[in-house]
Ligand binder design. Structure first.
Ligand SMILES: *Cc1c(COP(=O)(O)O)cnc(C)c1O
Length: 460
C-alpha cells in the first residue's frame, strides 16, 4: 500500500513514513492510493472475529510491507490490554437506539482506541531504526490525555501537550497533568484551543525547528487514527445484525476524524446507510453538509469542549474524495479556504455528500435537554458529546436503526453533568486516585517562540 498527499500525487510514501510524519510537507493529509473493498461474502468471514482479530484483518492491508502480520498482531493485542472490556467496546441500548460505548480505555474517551495503537506503533518503528522523536500536540482535553497515556514512560520519545489554560474540565486536567513520567510535558497556554493548534501548526511549518527535533504529530489528521477507528464501525455493525438493517451511525463531530473513519468503512464495503454528523454550536460542518457553506467563524466555548472546532482538518479528505482524488484541485480549494476562511461546496458535490451524510447541531440549551431526557427516561447519564449524538436524532426525525457513538464517559465532564442534572458523577474506581495527585504543568504565554524555547530547553 502506498500513500500520497491530498495536495500532490507526485511522491509516493510507505506507511512507516506517513505514520511518523503525520502531515505532508505541502500541508496536505496523507491518503492511501487504493482501497480494499470487501464483498458481502468477505464481510461474512469477519462477522464472528473478536475486536482485536478484526482490527488485525482490517488494518493489515494498510501497513503494507512495513510490518509483518505477526508483529501487527502483537501490537494490536498489546494496545487493547488496558481496556476494561476484552472486546474493547461495548454495545448497549438507549431507547430504540444502540449506544456504541467507546470509552472503556485508560482515559475514558474514544481517542484511546487509536492512540494506544499509535503508541505501540511508534515503539515498533523507533526500535527498528534507533531514532528518537518528539511528539507535539494541541488538545482541548481528550487527545492530550489519550496521547500522554499512550506515550508516557516509553523510550526514545517525548510528548509535549499544549492545552488552553483553564478551558478544560477538571478531570481532563488531572488525567494529563498527574503523569509523573519524565518524557511528559504539559503546557497550559494563555489562550484558547485554536491558539494551541496554531502554535503547533507553526512549529511544524518551521522546517528547521521541526526537523531538528524530529517532531511528530498525533492529531486526528494522522492516517493511523483514521484506519484504527474504522474498525469499530465494522465490529458494531456485525453485532447489531440482523436486528438493524440499513444502519445509520450518529457521530459527535469536531475535526471530522471519527466520522470520516465511518465513511471510509463504507468505502471499504460496509453497507452503512447514513452517517450523521452531530455538532454543537460550532456548526461549520452542519452548515457545510446542509447548505454547502464551509465557512469558519471564531470558535465558541461550549459544554462539549472536544467539539469546539471551527476548522475541521479531516474535511479535506472528503473534499479530495469528492474531487475524485484530484490533488491539484484539492490544493486549490484548500489554499482558497486558507485565505478566505470560506469555501462554497458546488451543488453537484453537495448532492453526493447528501447520499452519505446527514447533519444537525444542538445549541447549549438543547444539549442540556438531551442529557436530562436520557437521564429521566432511561436512567442513563450521557457525556455532553454523546448527548449531542442522541439529541440530533430527534431533530432529524430518526427513530430507529441507528448506532450512536458514545465518545466519552460522563465522569470526564463533571461540570457539564452537574450543571445539567445537579448530580455528581463518579469516576471509574481505577481512576479515583488521580484526583488527589499533584498536578505538574508549565504556564506559557500564547506565543510560538515561547513554546519553541521551552521545548529546546527541555531537550538540551
Ligand atoms: C475528539 C472528540 C470528539 C470529536 O471527534 P473528531 O474526530 O474530532 O470529530 C467527540 N467527542 C469526544 C468526547 C472527543 O474527545
Amino acid at each position: 500500500m502506498k500513500y500520497i498527499s491530498t495536495r500532490s500525487s507526485s511522491v509516493k510514501y510507505n506507511f512507516e513514513k506517513i505514520f511518523l510524519k503525520g502531515l505532508a510537507d505541502d500541508g496536505g493529509l496523507f491518503t492511501p492510493t487504493t482501497i480494499p473493498v470487501y464483498s458481502e461474502k468477505d464481510l461474512n468471514k469477519f462477522k464472528d472475529l473478536s475486536y482485536s482479530e478484526l482490527a488485525i484483518e482490517l488494518i493489515f492491508p494498510f501497513v503494507g510491507d512495513t510490518i509483518s502480520k505477526n508483529d501487527l498482531s502483537n501490537i494490536i493485542k498489546n494496545s487493547y490490554k488496558k481496556f476494561d472490556d476484552k472486546n474493547v467496546v461495548k454495545i448497549s441500548n438507549l431507547g430504540n437506539f444502540k449506544l456504541l460505548e467507546l470509552f472503556h480505555g485508560p482515559t475514558l474517551a474514544f481517542k484511546d482506541i487509536a492512540m494506544q495503537f499509535i503508541g505501540n506503533l511508534y515503539e515498533h518503528y523507533l526500535n527498528q531504526n534507533k531514532k528518537k522523536i518528539n511528539i507535539v500536540v494541541a488538545t482541548s482535553g481528550d487527545t492530550g490525555s489519550a496521547a500522554i497515556d499512550a506515550i508516557k514512560g516509553r523510550k526514545n520519545m517525548n510528548v509535549f501537550v499544549l492545552h488552553p489554560d483553564n478551558k478544560i474540565s477538571s478531570v481532563q486536567k488531572k488525567l494529563m497533568t498527574t503523569a509523573s513520567e519524565k518524557n511528559v510535558y504539559n503546557l497550559a497556554i494563555q489562550g484558547n484551543f485554536d491558539d494551541c493548534q496554531n502554535i503547533v501548526k507553526s512549529l511544524f511549518a518551521d522546517k528547521k525547528f521541526s526537523n531538528s527535533i524530529n517532531m511528530s504529530g498525533v492529531n486526528s489528521i494522522n492516517w493511523a487514527r483514521i484506519i484504527a477507528q474504522s474498525v469499530y464501525y465494522f465490529y458494531s455493525y456485525f453485532k447489531v445484525l440482523p436486528f438493524f438493517k440499513n444502519v445509520n451511525f450518529s457521530v459527535p463531530t469536531g475535526n471530522f476524524g471519527d466520522v470520516f473513519s465511518g465513511y471510509f468503512a463504507k468505502k471499504m464495503g460496509l453497507p452503512i446507510n447514513k452517517l450523521i454528523v452531530a455538532t454543537n454550536s460550532n456548526d461549520i460542518l452542519h452548515r457545510a453538509i446542509t447548505r454547502g457553506d464551509y465557512a469558519s467563524n471564531p470558535a465558541i466555548e461550549t459544554l462539549s469542549p472536544s467539539m469546539d472546532i471551527q476548522i475541521a482538518s479531516n474535511f479535506e479528505r472528503l473534499i479530495y474524495d469528492l474531487n475524485q482524488g484530484n490533488s491539484l484541485e484539492t490544493k486549490k480549494i484548500m489554499d482558497k479556504f486558507k485565505k478566505e476562511k470560506k469555501y462554497i461546496i458546488p451543488k453537484d458535490h453537495l448532492s453526493k455528500i447528501n447520499l452519505n451524510f446527514l447533519s444537525e447541531s444542538l445549541n447549549e440549551k438543547e444539549l442540556i435537554s438531551s442529557i436530562r431526557y436520557t437521564y429521566e427516561n432511561f436512567k442513563i447519564v450521557l457525556d455532553p458529546h454523546t448527548a449531542i449524538g442522541y439529541g440530533v436524532l430527534n431533530k432529524l426525525n430518526i427513530d430507529s436503526n441507528t448506532i450512536i457513538l458514545a465518545t466519552a464517559h460522563p465522569s470526564k465532564f463533571p461540570e457539564a453533568i452537574e450543571k445539567s442534572l445537579n448530580i455528581k458523577t463518579k469516576l471509574p474506581a481505577k481512576l479515583n486516585y488521580i484526583m488527589d495527585q499533584k498536578e505538574k504543568y508549565d504556564k506559557l504565554e500564547n506565543n510560538t517562540e515561547a513554546v519553541k524555547k521551552f521545548i529546546l530547553k527541555k531537550l538540551s
